[in-house]
Write a protein that binds this ligand. Structure first.
Ligand code: SF4
Length: 347
């Protein structure tokens, strides 16, 4: 049992000391309105101390929705009989260029575990990434799923800066129920190998999938232990055709509290406010919880999909830099330039 008050725990975090599991749980369990207000205000203060008014933004290119896996929570799981696409390299490069022109700080190349790319040792993906780097001069994050060390070597060799791979939970039993027939250790090892190769890594957790508050605290601590510089939480959204389609999406307060606690634990981290859950309407609350990165910016009419809410606000142009900047302006914040992003994370 932790006897410290909420005020003392927050003061400890603001003093730069890492919180322990009991303290994190206590923050995650906050229910009183005034304590919640203090949590979010403190997370914003920590962000402001480190980043001033600047918020970063990533362009999202989900270039293949084919996948060999069957994750229980995912719309794109292989057993789901859905329409899929694999964008050709020229289309991917053109989309990345339009995102770069709109002012994003990084291109996030995301794919399912598409066997077509595995069969050719990622030749096409490597070529796409190299061309995007050359044409846009922006850093790249790749979310390729679990891949061999040999392919990670190649990704690192072409200069890809970020490697994103989410456990979604660090409770092994729950992992087995979510990522069916997949290895927890293989997934973690791929991430750690990418880090060893000098890539920055992103770790993520999914909220509302049967985890306990202890599990969330374990995930937050594990993210720090493995040295993830980008740490993400997303609320589960039920997907048609998946085994978890009848499970309710959680109250968003859960995700917001996790964002705030992550900010207090990891002041320098990139913490996404993903447009993929509640669209542009969900941006303000996530920023007010301490997020400093807008993810899932997607060009309208590009034929691309999101992940959790695969069409929400996409064709209407809601997931654009312009829309996001407008909301940030009201909060006294602004989108960082690509140069500012590079100075903060890559130099
Ligand atoms: S979460 Fe990723 S790996 Fe799992 S089924 Fe969906 S696309 Fe495939």
């Amino acid at each position: 049992m932790n006897n410290k008050s909420i005020i003392e725990i927050i003061a400890k975090a603001k003093d730069g000391q890492l919180l322990d599991k009991g303290e994190i749980i206590k923050l995650l369990n906050i229910k009183k309105v005034e304590e919640l207000a203090l949590l979010f205000k403190s997370a914003q203060e920590v962000r402001t101390n480190h980043f001033g008014k600047k918020i970063f933004a990533y362009g999202f290119v989900y270039f293949s929705t084919y996948c060999r896996n069957d994750c229980a929570f995912c719309y794109y799981r292989k057993s789901n009989m859905i329409e899929r696409y694999r964008k050709n390299p020229n289309e991917v490069i053109a989309i990345a260029q339009s995102l770069a022109d709109s002012g994003v700080n990084l291109i996030d190349l995301t794919m399912g575990e598409d066997i077509a790319y595995h069969n050719e040792d990622f030749k096409t993906v490597l070529s796409i990434a190299s061309q995007i780097k050359e044409k846009t001069d922006l850093p790249i994050m790749i979310s390729p799923g679990v891949i061999s060390n040999k392919i990670i070597d190649k990704l690192s060799d072409v200069g890809i800066e970020w490697f994103a791979l989410y456990q979604e939970t660090h409770n092994r039993e729950l992992f087995a129920k979510l990522r069916l027939h997949q290895s927890y250790d293989e997934r973690m090892q791929a991430k750690l190998y990418a880090k060893e190769k000098g890539m920055l890594i992103e770790e993520g957790l999914l909220a509302g999938v049967g985890e306990s508050v202890e599990d969330i605290a374990d995930s937050i601590l594990e993210m720090g232990r493995i040295g993830a510089m980008q740490v993400r939480v997303m609320s589960f959204v039920p997907q048609e055709g998946s085994p978890m389609k009848d499970i309710d999406t959680p109250d968003r307060l859960k995700e917001l509290k996790i964002i705030a606690v992550m900010r207090l634990c990891y002041p320098n981290a990139l913490i996404p406010a993903s447009l993929d859950i509640d669209g542009i309407a969900g941006l303000e609350d996530r920023i007010n919880a301490g997020a400093n990165l807008i993810t899932s910016i997607i060009p309208p009419k590009s034929g691309l999909m999101g992940v959790a809410q695969n069409r929400m606000d996409v064709d209407e142009g809601g997931r654009t830099i312009k829309e996001a900047a407008h909301i940030l302006e009201k909060l006294g914040l602004e989108i960082a330039t690509a140069k500012e992003y590079k100075e903060a994370y890559l130099e």
